[in-house]
Design a protein around this ligand. Sequence first.
Ligand SMILES: C[S@@+](CC[C@H](N)C(=O)[O-])C[C@H]1O[C@@H](n2cnc3c(N)ncnc32)[C@H](O)[C@@H]1O
Length: 283
Amino acid sequence: MIKIALKNIKLLHFINKIPLIRYFFILKIDQNFHNIRDNAVLEKFYQDIYVENKTSKKTANMRFNDVDSIALKYLNYNRKQYIHDIAVSSGITSDNFYEYLKKKNINFQMDISDKYSQISVKKGFTTKVYDADNNLSFAYWGFFFAGDKNIFFPLTVFLYKIIRKFDKNYDFNYSLYLFHPNILEKVKKQKINVVSYDIFQTTIKEKYDFVRCMNILNKTYFTDNQIMTALENIKQSIKENGILLIGRTNNKGTNNASIFQKKANKFIFMEDINKGSEVKTLV
Ligand SMILES: C[S@@+](CC[C@H](N)C(=O)[O-])C[C@H]1O[C@@H](n2cnc3c(N)ncnc32)[C@H](O)[C@@H]1O
């Protein structure tokens, strides 16, 4: 089975409502990507994209409503709170969090990051999409989508492998951020900052009061050692008494997360949301 790529948003919106059939279709990206405001079509697109280290870009509007309201308890109303949302994909959940905190009159500055937020595109019958390290992220061969990981669509993966194997071309027609239009608007108005942050490599010194790390340090993606390296980096970036919120959304859509406070360079457990994070013992 192979996935079909379309540009027509109305048609994709319609197809999205048809069970099973919807999985056969995906958005064909072009320069107008930032004008697409159909969340269902965008969500479906991010669901099928995997980055170089095989992590998914899946995200969803309003997916952290429960988590956001618990997070509020840990934010200080009396002074400006510096927040970092890590590995945000489209950033739609950062946008949700931003709007929620504004409504609650929190004084804050929000930074967001995602190592694979920027893509460069080479147009053609074979349209190729590269990440910032020039790795082929995904491609389109005419109407067919070529993607790196999908057990139900082996031809989609096979096509990706063929295109990647014979690809030597790194000249691009355009580059863009894979952020949601709401985020781009906030970045333009300097309401949100985009920071460059690789969870395994970047060190930031004690800048944040609150760090959120959802759906990236998962045991299915990384080894315990890798997760601990990333946690050490995150810890460096948090101020004394600052908060880490870490967790994963399970396949039923439940957010299993845990909250920790940094004290004397250690993470102290504060509370679990639902069943708590699967990496709790590593933290
Ligand atoms: C599943 S998405 C999580 C999106 C959002 N946090 C949520 O839970 O809805 C995981 C994101 O991690 C990003 N990512 C993968 N490796 C990373 C790394 N080494 N550093 C920072 N971000 C990374 C991917 O680009 C992807 O957008």
